[in-house]
Design a protein around this ligand. Structure first.
Ligand code: ADP
Ligand code: MG
Length: 339
């Protein structure tokens, strides 16, 4: 090859970007569910076929898109969620990078149906390998439905990297759990190969936990509530005797976003010190609310790693919140979660 600098065509640039955002079917599920949440959906349906290999569809009753926005949404760096660099420090939405739809459409066959309440007609749009194949007016209901078919059909190397269907489905349900826990006020459902896996009514967090994980969780939840001038911590921790041998059921959300953070995990587990058998991990679903100015979510394309201005302060607040709730649970042994 001659040593000349070329600008890559968009389709290739999008495919490269897709490598970071779309690793597997579960990544598509995460991005689409988060878009539906950002759009103010109150009912969100996830339909999956063959663990997402052949179909991932998300249907919402959110605000929908205009004809122009429907087309624009597939452009890279196209977003309605931020405008300026300062906005990066005020983010309240799940999305802001404007990369997801462009990335997904670079490595799959995508069909979008969307309509805003104020419009007479909606739009249907089909995109394949970043190319718009069709855009037409369509009589459709309010909200948005996006179908992602044959993921990685044009990237065999990626397709071959996918694990077995049970493993890929497990990743999908993990993402579904995270969004469902963070948004208990939104009704959500999930089917795989026409089999209903979840049918979640809108309600309180405690009810959502029980609907997702099982009735036996009902008696195991200890509420957690702590507020300092800079941070608010809410949610539930499981009773110590309910701890398990796997780490799988530990959830941290910062401003509504699921994050992974070993340091904060440690803040919780040390609060349990002396209460757990060795190698047992407590269940928890904890929400941290803080000024977005003090947390950088733009560390990684998937946004599950974040950086805090002051993680020692946060460690302290979480640790004390969990200690407090474990302590108060000892003096009030019976709690009512029936509401
Ligand atoms: P981001 O979420 O980072 O803005 P995306 O590529 O995920 O980027 O989406 C691009 C834009 O498309 C969003 O900013 C939003 O305006 C619009 N959009 C995507 N999904 C939906 C949806 N389900 N309902 C309404 N608008 C949507
Ligand atoms: Mg998005």
């Amino acid at each position: 090859m001659e040593d000349i600098v070329y600008l890559l065509p968009d389709s290739i640039a999008n495919q490269i970007a897709a490598g970071e955002v779309v690793q597997r079917p579960a990544s598509v599920v995460k991005e689409l569910l988060e878009n539906s949440i950002d759009a103010g959906g109150t009912q969100i349906k996830l339909v999956v076929k063959d663990a997402g290999r052949t179909l991932i569809q998300v249907i919402d009753d959110g605000k929908g898109m205009s004809v122009t926005d429907a087309r624009m949404s597939f452009e890279r760096h196209a977003t309605s969620k931020i405008r300026t660099a300062e906005d990066l420090f005020k983010i309240r939405t799940m999305g802001f990078r404007g990369e997801a739809l462009a990335s997904i459409a670079a490595v799959a066959q995508v069909e979008m149906r969307t309509k805003r309440r104020e419009d007479e007609l909606g739009t249907i749009l089909q995109v394949e390998s970043s190319e718009i194949k069709k855009q037409e007016p369509l009589a459709t209901k309010d909200g948005t439905s996006i179908s992602v078919k044959n993921l990685f059909y044009n990237v065999p190397a990626r397709r071959n990297f996918l694990k077995s269907n049970p493993v890929e489905l497990r990743h999908i349900t993990d993402e579904f759990h995270r969004v469902a826990l963070a948004n208990p006020e939104v009704a959500m459902s999930m089917t795989n190969n026409d089999l209903e896996m979840y049918q979640l009514e809108a309600g309180k967090l405690s009810k959502r936990i029980v609907q997702l994980f099982g009735k036996n969780y009902q008696q195991q939840l200890i509420p957690c509530d702590e507020e300092t001038p800079h941070v608010k911590v809410t949610g539930y921790v499981g009773k110590p005797e309910f701890a398990k041998k796997t780490r799988g059921e530990q959830f941290f959300f910062v401003n509504g976003r699921y994050i992974r953070n070993n340091y904060l995990n440690h803040a919780v587990s040390t609060a349990f010190q002396g209460l757990l058998k060795e190698d047992y991990f407590p269940f928890y679903v904890l929400f941290v609310e803080m000024d977005p100015l003090h947390v950088d979510i733009n560390v990684h394309p998937t946004k599950t790693e974040v950086k805090f201005d002051d993680d020692r302060m946060l460690y302290g607040v979480i640790n004390s919140a969990v200690r407090q709730s474990l302590g108060s649970f000892n003096v009030t042994p019976s709690l009512d979660f029936s509401t």
